[in-house]
Design a protein around this ligand. Structure first.
Ligand code: PLP
Length: 432
């Protein structure tokens, strides 16, 4: 593959932007500049075509530039945009849909990104409980702000220690965010005992997708629910990856565990910017969007016509068409195929996944928490993904163990990917 146009454009990007990319983690080798995307495919500046599994970290659940959603957005912005005052018809329609589908959602508020939603959820939990500390789990990502940017993809020697993810974080924030091990209820109980009556909330991804696909073990989510209820703390499900992707009602509907607050984003609008915080009415009424509320909630672009129209259209497609059936079927096909290839090649692996998400860990047991991932052979992982990239399969060639299937992927795409996976793995094994 040629990358000369990307290389040239990247030089300009780098001139005006630190590192040439607008989000940490977007740096890719070779440095690619993308010009086009359609359905399951993306195209770089040298017209190289890729079957995309990165899928922008998850939002484009229907596929890139999905006609039904795009047409609704275009039609909408010819009529309406942003007022900064009052309410729009689109906000009403979307709120109704969210409250209909997500079990914990009695009331909902819109913002623009997942990080805003998790920020609001934590501040609300602190206001309600009048407690300061929160629990998050090692390895989980809940956004870039000081409350949660801690102990994310920590290096192994940092596990069990405070590991702020950024310079410039407030010490108070770092100190008030306690870290527990995913799937370890004893650890959570011990942390509650050691911080008696000080914990406002647990924020948890119901499936730990920040680390690929670590499934909640039996009774883990139920146990968190009970611990929060017993300690008068709030349970926040961060469903920014799982919401709409695994079910219109989120993973809470599948697990039948109802959190107090839920954050959603990504797949809710098929790639258009919008996120939300939803929850029990008695809690949500504390936001000062309601007269008398004392928890600040604002944002110039909140409820923008683009995001709300895109989200309504995305949810409509999921309501009317077999979106989840299709992506779950393809997910199963991919996981089964990967297992077969690993067996044929004698590769030690655990192919994890749920529905449309698949993660192949090069380790010989199921990871139950982030620290188990130190047994995953990241060198083989990165190398085979580099080989795939050269063949037109886009999986981020970094140790981010999560791939996404969308409604526009076909069986043919999966089979082609499996064929090339076998080739790439064989090449990595011979080169080693
Ligand atoms: C589980 C989870 N929560 C929160 C966020 C933050 O969302 P955003 O990047 O839209 O701010 C992400 C982003 O990857 C996420 O995966």
């Amino acid at each position: 593959m040629k990358y000369s146009n990307s290389k040239k454009l990247y030089e300009s990007a780098n001139k005006y932007t630190p590192g040439g990319v607008h989000t940490a983690m977007r740096d890719v080798n070779p440095r690619l500049v993308f010009l086009e995307a359609k359905n399951a495919y993306i195209y770089d500046a040298d017209k190289n075509k890729y079957i995309d599994y990165q899928m922008a970290f998850g939002p484009t659940i229907l596929g890139h530039n999905y006609n039904y959603v795009n047409e609704r957005v275009i039609e909408t912005i010819n009529r309406t945009d942003l007022y900064g005052i009052g309410t729009t018809d689109l906000e009403i329609e979307l709120s109704e849909k969210i409250c209909k589908h997500i079990p914990s959602s009695e009331k909902v508020l819109f913002c623009n990104a997942g990080s805003e939603a998790t920020y609001h959820s934590i501040r609300l939990a602190r206001a309600i409980t009048e407690k300061s500390k929160i629990i998050k789990f090692q390895g989980s990502y809940h956004g870039w702000h000081d409350y949660v940017a801690k102990n994310m993809q920590s290096s192994w020697e940092k596990i069990g220690e405070d590991d702020p993810g950024s310079a410039g974080m407030l010490k108070e924030s770092v100190d008030n965010t306690l870290i527990c091990q995913y799937n370890n209820l004893e650890d959570v109980k011990k942390t509650f005992q050691e911080n008696y009556n000080e914990i406002a909330a647990i924020i948890v991804e119901p499936i730990a997708h920040s680390s690929g696909c670590i499934m909640p073990q039996s009774n883990f989510l139920e146990g968190l629910r009970q611990i929060c209820t017993d300690n008068k703390s709030l349970l926040i499900f961060d469903e920014i990856v799982t919401g709409f992707r695994h079910d219109l009602g989120g993973y809470q509907k599948i697990a039948n565990v109802i959190p107090d607050l839920t954050t959603i984003g990504k797949a809710m609008a098929n790639g258009y910017p919008i996120a939300a915080i939803a929850g029990k009415e008695k809690y949500m009424n504390r936001f000062n969007t309601k007269p008398g509320g004392d928890v600040w909630f604002a944002g110039t672009f909140n409820g923008h016509a683009v995001g709300t129209a895109a989200s309504i259209a995305t949810i409509e497609v999921m309501e009317k068409e077999p979106v989840h059936e299709h992506i779950f079927d393809l997910g199963n096909r991919m996981r089964k195929g990967l297992e077969e290839i690993h067996n044929i090649l004698g590769i030690s692996s655990f192919v994890a996944g749920y529905g449309s998400i698949f993660s192949n860990y090069f380790m010989d047991f199921e990871p139950k928490s982030y620290s188990d991932l130190q047994y995953h052979n990241k060198d083989v992982y990165i190398k085979y993904r580099e080989e795939l990239l050269k063949k037109g399969i886009f999986k981020l060639p970094q140790n981010m163990v999560r791939d996404h299937i969308c409604y526009s992927h076909t069986k043919k795409d999966i089979d082609r990917t499996l064929e090339l996976t076998e080739y790439a793995l064989k090449k990595v094994l011979t080169d080693n």
